[in-house]
Design a protein around this ligand. Structure first.
Ligand SMILES: [Fe+2]
Length: 280
């Protein structure tokens, strides 16, 4: 029996007494997955993992995907890691960031919504955290969909959204973006394949427009939807400690990073679980 503790009304559960460094029995993996799907975000505290252990832990829940940022936009340090691990840090060598998303605030988004087959889940393992700031806020988009005002629901249902991402950008129009873009069109509301529930599938950072309506109407709908889904009531905000592993469901949640001091080190390894179909 896996012990878990709910972290907010809609979002997040802490899994207790699990060492991700050790292989887990299949029934434990299945139980954790069930808690994960229901709460959209799960937290494991106090982990101590090598790269291999993080990749193996990820692989117990699905197919651990390789990091896809084009090699020419990766640092030497990034290239030396296992191919499944993405380095997220503000550490710089010779003035250049060695990891992705080095600084400050990052707008709400779904990881890899810009790809044709987005990842199911992301795992983030913290190796160094600043003394304050750099929290990650997660919003449950099953709950946000259920509570969405009828006119906005109508604005999204049956429509598709165009999503795009400039690698390296933390907000729309970010000057730190690199010249590599990934784009996709997906339903604006999707059905979760594990529980059949509907979840909103647009976000402030990566969704550019609704395809079927004029630009001005799209903007009017999306700006209200973004404000709605980022409301406090749907959010769990995670305060990182060294050794945390947080795993979130990209099919039913968005996340954002809060600002943090530029002169303190934040260092994380990220892995993802590959999706197996286009969202529908
Ligand atoms: Fe992200």
């Amino acid at each position: 029996m896996v012990e878990a503790r709910k972290l907010s009304r809609h979002t997040g559960a802490e899994i207790l007494g699990v060492d991700l460094g050790q292989p887990l029995p299949p029934d434990v993996v299945a139980e954790i997955w069930k808690i994960f799907v229901e709460h959209t975000v799960i937290i494991f505290r106090g982990q101590e993992l090598t790269q291999e252990q993080l990749v193996r832990a990820t692989g117990q829940f699905g197919d651990c995907a390789e990091y896809t940022r084009p090699k020419e936009f990766q640092s030497e340090t990034q290239r030396q890691l296992l191919p499944q691990i993405m380095l997220i840090t503000n550490i710089r060598e010779d003035g250049k960031p060695i990891g992705a998303h080095p600084d400050g605030e990052m707008w709400f988004h779904h990881d890899t919504i810009h790809r044709e087959i987005p990842t199911k889940a992301t795992l983030l393992y913290s190796l160094a955290v600043p003394t304050f700031g750099g929290n990650t806020a997660f919003a449950n988009l099953f709950a946000a969909y259920d509570a969405l005002p009828a006119d906005l629901k109508k604005g999204l249902e049956g429509r598709t959204a165009f999503n795009s991402f400039n690698y390296g950008s933390n907000k729309k129009g970010d000057p730190n973006a690199v010249k590599a873009v990934s784009q996709s069109v997906h339903p604006a509301v999707r059905t979760h394949e594990d529980n059949g529930k509907r979840a909103i599938y647009v976000d402030r950072l990566m969704t550019q427009k609704l395809v079927e309506v004029p630009e001005s109407e799209s903007e009017a709908i999306l700006s209200r939807v973004f404000d709605f889904i980022e409301r406090e009531e749907f959010i769990y905000e995670h305060e990182w400690k060294k050794g945390d592993v947080v795993m979130w469901d990209n099919r039913s949640s968005i996340h954002a990073r809060r600002d943090f001091p530029a002169d303190q080190v934040r260092l994380m390894w990220r892995t993802t679980i590959a999706g197996d179909a286009r969202p529908s």
